[in-house]
Ligand binder design. Structure first.
Ligand SMILES: [Zn+2]
Length: 265
């Protein structure tokens, strides 16, 4: 599922496909997208030029020349596919942006969970986001975790704590910092918070180094611990475990990410 590095690379694709071009039509092909982006909103996009594509954590904002914004979130499986209006539509095309020069950008999503919403000029979406990994500090993380008694892995998925992390990079960051995913967030020691900030930045940097091209279901699994249940830990050779937390799979090494039984300074 696309997280910060993947969404940044997707935004770069959208920039290349749309910047300076004028939208001719926007078509929503699936009922769930039509609810979020009804035809009357799609029509407001026609004739507008795309002047910026901004990324905020996992959100992409296509900014139009009248100040309106088409806000896109890929959710679990969304992605862009570039083409032109002479080609057949991709199989899982959900929203199709066709430009006046015939170029086309499709939002493809096999699960149809992606969302695009129209925001009129002067009424941008309100995003409740914490710092992104590159702006994260030990103090900011400490303040965000201070009142959180939930397990650290689940808390890290809250975009108000760190913006842009998802299930993959949260697990990767905890492995890098040798923190057990079930440790209560507010019980992390200063040293653990420092390690975690480093781990988050390193995990995200790793994603950027792969150019963010990861998709579920492919055979390529470049991660340290994510999706490696039963395989050997790349650090200590113990078997990687999987547990369920808040309905999501968490992968970790039970040997080098040991549970902490008491609060440490
Ligand atoms: Zn290990």
């Amino acid at each position: 599922m696309p997280e910060l590095p993947e969404v940044e690379f997707a935004a770069a694709i959208a920039r290349k496909a749309l910047l300076g071009r004028t939208i001719a039509t926007v078509t929503t092909l699936h009922a769930s997208q039509r609810r979020a982006l009804p035809a009357r909103d799609a029509r407001r996009l026609a004739g507008r030029c795309v002047v910026r594509v901004n990324r905020h954590a996992k959100h992409q904002h296509l900014v139009l020349d009248d100040g309106a914004i088409l806000a896109v979130h890929f959710r679990m499986n969304g992605d862009w596919e570039v083409g032109d209006s002479t080609q057949p539509l991709p199989r899982f095309a959900r929203i199709v942006l066709t430009c006046t020069d015939g170029s086309r950008l499709c939002l493809v999503d096999s699960r149809a969970l992606c969302a695009a919403t129209y925001h009129a000029p002067g009424r941008p979406p309100v995003l409740a986001l914490g710092p992104e990994p590159d702006a994260l500090t030990v103090d900011l993380l400490g303040a965000a975790l201070a009142r959180r008694s939930g397990p650290i892995k689940t808390v890290l998925l809250d975009q108000r704590v760190v913006a842009g992390l998802g299930n993959i990079y949260a697990a990767e960051a905890l492995w890098r910092s040798r923190i057990h995913p079930a440790q209560p967030a507010r019980s992390l020691s200063e040293a653990q918070r420092r390690d975690l900030v480093r781990g988050i930045k390193a995990a995200i940097a790793d994603g950027f180094a792969r150019q963010g091209r990861y998709r579920d279901g492919t055979r390529e699994r470049p991660f340290r611990v994510y999706d490696r249940e039963g395989e050997t830990c790349r650090r200590c050779r113990a078997d990687v475990s999987r547990i369920s937390q808040a309905g999501r799979s968490t992968y970790f090494c039970p040997s080098c990410q040991r549970a902490v039984s008491r609060k440490r300074g």
